[in-house]
Design a protein around this ligand. Structure first.
Ligand code: MG
Length: 383
């Protein structure tokens, strides 16, 4: 029996993880859950899964929950609860499905405690990859990526030698606005941006997919997860989203991972690794798919991808600054304060003003993030 903690259990990945766990009650047991404020979903999950501990990070939501008196369940409130849950003594696997760089501390906490970390929170790798890898090395903990592209690469690398890898090829669907010009993109609405053609995801990542920032964050994530220089990571647009990513080896062989566009497949693999379990879906019908096409990403009209590459080239605190500015800009777009094309403008401005020092530790990183967020908010307000 594997005991599992789900951080961010009311979000899209969290709910799909619960779906997988419920299919295998003999293999998986949920011991801990965390939500920000969605008490309704949490209550349903408590009834179904009977966890030992729950964390609610939003204080007001926690108060209304506490009034209800759940016997035998430990309830923790505030952001510290996430770190406690990530290191929970009864857990074997911690699935981190938090949204944004708020997930970094939980990632570090799970690794320090030697857990198997099923990582869906890409921002923790983007912001703190160097620090995350340092802690992982020290503790000997394991990270299994949940993000479909990285899960695909992870699977392609099973049984392979890292020195023989020539490059990683990350596929991108191109998002809902593929083929549009920058001028055209100025007037797209929040509703249009939220309608992703292939994947069902939460709002933050769906906007990131529309700007191509999601792919940029994934390049940075891959750089740290697989310890690959960014020069050896390519992005190709693949609108059918059937090939989830590829690895090229030095003999010219390319291994690809294909599958349906359903996050439950990588989630299940992350939980069952190194074993495989029966699929929750019918088989992929390649005759129906018929065609797999590939094209170059359009960085001229979608500058976020270029900015992400630029941040990793500059290194140090730049990826964390890029990520923090992006989180603020996406939030402002979702609240209809700025236009779609202002998102890259905000990020570029904040990145250009950032001055990184030579040292890098968690304190320096969090300070750079704090600065980037407040500067991004100013740029948004002035715009
Ligand atoms: Mg992905």
């Amino acid at each position: 029996m594997k005991n599992i903690v789900i951080l961010g259990s009311s979000g899209s990945i969290g709910k799909q993880t619960v779906d997988i766990i419920k299919r295998h009650p003999d293999l998986f047991k949920v011991v801990g859950l965390s939500v920000q404020s969605n008490i309704k979903v949490l209550e349903k999950q408590i009834t179904e899964l009977k966890p030992k501990v729950v964390a609610i990070t939003d204080e007001a939501a926690a108060k209304s929950f506490k009034d209800k008196n759940y016997e035998g369940i430990e309830i923790i409130t505030g952001l510290d609860g996430l770190e406690y849950l990530a290191a929970y003594s009864d857990a074997n696997i911690v699935l981190n499905a938090l949204v944004g760089s708020v997930g970094l501390k939980s990632t570090l906490s799970a690794l320090k405690a030697g857990k198997i970390l099923a990582l869906a929170n890409k921002e923790s790798m983007v912001a703190g990859g160097a620090i995350v890898n340092r802690i992982k090395e020290e503790s000997g903990a394991t990270i299994i990526p949940v993000d479909s592209e990285h899960n695909a690469i992870f699977q392609c690398l099973v049984g392979e030698c890292k020195d023989e890898v020539e490059r990683l090829i990350i596929t991108a669907s191109g998002g809902p606005f593929r083929g549009r010009s920058f001028n055209d993109l100025k007037s797209v609405t929040v509703e249009e941006a939220l309608a992703h053609p292939r994947w069902t995801m939460g709002p933050k990542i769906t906007i990131d997919s529309a700007t191509l920032m999601n792919k940029g964050l994934e390049v940075i994530e891959a750089r740290w997860l697989f310890d690959m220089p960014y020069e050896k990571i390519d992005v190709v647009v693949h609108p059918q989203s059937i090939v989830h990513s590829m690895v090229e080896f030095k003999d010219g062989s390319i291994k690809a991972h294909l599958g349906k566009t359903d996050m439950r497949i990588p989630i299940q693999y992350a939980l069952s690794y190194p074993e495989r379990l029966p699929s929750p879906l019918p088989s992929l019908n390649l005759i129906e798919v018929a065609q797999l096409t590939f094209e170059k990403p359009d960085i001229k009209n979608f500058p976020c991808l270029k900015l992400a590459f630029e941040s990793i080239k500059r290194g140090k605190t730049y990826p964390a600054v890029l990520n923090a500015a992006n989180e603020e800009a996406v939030d402002a777009f979702l609240k209809k304060k700025i236009s779609f094309t202002t998102i890259p403008y905000v990020i570029e401005k904040v990145m250009d003003e950032h001055e990184a020092g030579n040292e890098l530790d968690l304190g320096i990183l969090l300070e750079a993030e704090r600065w980037a967020r407040s500067r991004a908010r100013e740029v948004i307000d002035l715009h």
